[in-house]
Design a protein around this ligand. Sequence first.
Ligand SMILES: [Zn+2]
Ligand SMILES: [Zn+2]
Length: 343
Amino acid sequence: MLAYTYIDNGKFELTEKPLPKIQGPRDAIVRVTLASICTSDLHIKRGAVPRAVKGITVGHEMVGVVEEVGGAVGNVSPGDRVCVNVETFCGECWFCRRGYVNNCTDGNGGWALGCRIDGGQAEYVRVPFADTGLVKIPDGVSDEAALFAGDVLATGYWAVRISEQEPGDCVAVIGAGPVGLCAAACARIKRPSSIIICERNAQRRAFAKRYMPEAEVVPPEDMPRLMQALPRGGADRVLECGGTAASFEAAWRSARPNACVVVAALYEQAQTLPLPDMYGKNLTVKFGGVDGCDCAEILSLIERGEIDTVPLITHTFALKDIAAGYELFESGSDGVMKVAIKP
Ligand SMILES: [Zn+2]
Ligand SMILES: [Zn+2]
């Protein structure tokens, strides 16, 4: 089968690989019907994900149909349409039992797919811990609608969840890329008083405004004035989805005293917390990788029409043309937001 493979830093290539096989009783084989390219794939390509293993098939955001399951799999059966969680997790270790599945201690736990083991930019993928890593897609939800529920949308959902957002909060989202817009979509469900989206790229600002007309979408230079004008001098919840030094700084600066700042972005460089400047602001800062265990809840929100991320799919490429899809995604040209890959 065709599989997009991490050859070396700076080099991904479409290669021919044998079909994946069940390796353990908790595995499933999924025929991928739609996958996508994620910014994290680019981080791997640039060598910024040290635990990524050369030779693996990349891709960790996909939906498909279960082909085969191991003997211990009970939640899904062959023929089921499923969304694949970015994280596979044992469900039994200390971390999993508390919902901290990103830190599952099993060798196949956490972000393994498309990083440490073969992922989904391929025709088929083996998913360990299929009972926790696969979630059935409701009949009324299309592949396109479900595509992000296991990764970027899960990240947005998780960011909002750990921000402990309450009704009436003012939420600032820094960065209007796919994760930022997914975070904004999840924040909207919690009935905020307002959503302010900060984005430096004018094209992305226009996209965000079309996607979420009720949000205030502004360039970074407008943020200080806008934040000062808020009744409590800043946002109640800040979701940092930009991933740059400037967006990191904008995040804590935009927060009101005693606010919660959630850093969902993945950085390629270390960031600085200027504690003297922040002293007295009494912020709670939370950061890390998504605990991808809310997929079923997210799919039901999609089914009920409360979240729609289909507009984020701006381009679709066949798997055989995936290199062109990467080129477009990396260039950021043609108004690209998310690229879907059809095997
Ligand atoms: Zn991702
Ligand atoms: Zn675990």
